[in-house]
Design a protein around this ligand. Sequence first.
Ligand code: ADP
Ligand code: MG
Length: 150
Amino acid sequence: MNKGLKEIITNSAQETIELGKKMADKISSGQIICLSGDLGSGKTTFSQGFLRGLGVEGALTSPTFVVMKQYGLKDNTSNLKNVYHIDTYRVESEDVLNLGWEELINDKKNIILVEWPEKIKNIIPEGVIWLDFIWLDNDRRKISFSGDIF
Ligand code: ADP
Ligand code: MG
């Protein structure tokens, strides 16, 4: 048993959005956030809250079909300049490398959200934030993680 593992159950999509916003308040630039879990478990919903929490405006559609979406953060006093939302469901590690992955992860002005990180495990560096999403029933999801991220 992993003693450092914590769990949060959300009872609605809105609660998962709020959780994403809460993480945005605490995050520092240069982090990679891995969102693991089945289809419909709430990864994109969480990401939308996170992006809103960072001040991203406009439509926040899932990157499933485009693989990667970039959001520039203007009027930002912190080091953070870009958020990348990546969904590797339809691709392989090599495709992600071809998108400039190494450069993205080494730029401390970026934050990177990755859905389906288990699909590109061989190129995920050490020290990432990892959240596991589990579908409990129609309205409830369990989110497990370690560390002080909320
Ligand atoms: P994923 O990106 O993991 O495939 P999505 O976030 O796209 O999942 O979809 C989750 C779906 O489940 C959405 O339609 C959302 O409204 C719904 N939902 C219901 N309850 C929750 C909850 N507690 N947390 C997140 N999403 C929920
Ligand atoms: Mg998704």
